[in-house]
Design a protein around this ligand. Structure first.
Ligand SMILES: *Cc1c(COP(=O)(O)O)cnc(C)c1O
Length: 229
């Protein structure tokens, strides 16, 4: 199957899942996660109509973005764990950052975006570690308010929502995570303050959409399996 055919299949899954929950499919955006995949694969997806692409590694984003600068309306979403010392690279190239998980990162990203002199604030989401597992990225539920306040204090950042990555390979556990993220959104200002919920990947996008996802991040179903680096 071509990348275009795989994209169409993913869009069909999204449409079906949205309608099954009584939602308009247009309320769910697809970010095609292209980490470790070559430029030609991204061009192929772009030619098939895909515009939003996700990258996990700051250096990889910084290499790919200039190489694809001719695709003027391509939108880069940074979805990987972001270290404070990589904020500069991401501030330069990303159009959306899904993984702000500390007040220190919010401050540094805000500073770097304002130095870069963007026309509009950079949309960001707060990554939540619902289980509070110490080895996982993301703000714990108890830290969300502090991170949100730090984002809102940065004029160069625009708070847009919450993001989460559930444990792999367990749909029931994923559903509990997605439901908790939706509850946390309601606790922290609701849709008005946090309109976007970035959750759902190849294996669990239907579950995420049933729980209210507005952005799904899909790699494998579009680009095929990765040899992880
Ligand atoms: C790799 C990755 C994805 C895509 O995962 P697939 O299972 O390949 O669809 C989505 N979100 C994040 C944060 C990722 O790291």
């Amino acid at each position: 199957m071509s990348i275009g055919e795989r994209l169409a299949e993913v869009q069909a899954r999204i449409g079906q899942a949205a309608r099954a929950s009584g939602r308009d499919p247009a309320t769910v955006r697809l970010v095609a996660v292209s980490k470790t995949k070559p430029l030609e694969a991204i061009r192929e997806a772009y030619a098939a109509g895909q515009r939003a692409f996700g990258e996990n590694y700051a250096q990889e984003l910084a290499a790919k973005a200039p190489a694809l600068a001719d695709l003027a309306d391509l939108e880069w979403h940074f979805v990987g764990h972001l270290q404070v010392n990589k904020a500069k690279l991401v501030a330069r190239h990303a159009h959306v950052v899904h993984t702000v998980d500390s007040a220190a990162l919010a401050r540094e990203l805000g500073r770097r975006v304002s130095v870069a002199g963007r026309a509009a604030p950079l949309p960001v989401l707060v990554e939540v570690n619902v289980g509070g597992e110490p080895q996982k990225a993301g703000a714990t539920p108890g830290e969300i308010a502090e991170v949100m306040t730090a984002v809102q204090a940065q004029p160069a950042l625009a708070l847009r929502g919450l993001m989460s990555v559930p444990p792999a390979g367990d749909l029931a556990a994923a559903r509990r995570v997605f439901e908790t993220v939706a509850t946390l959104r309601n606790l922290h200002g609701g849709q008005r303050v946090l309109p976007e919920l970035s959750m759902g990947m190849t294996a669990d996008l239907e579950v995420a959409i049933a729980c209210g996802a507005t952005i799904v991040r899909v790699g494998t179903a579009i680009f095929g399996p990765r040899s992880e680096i």
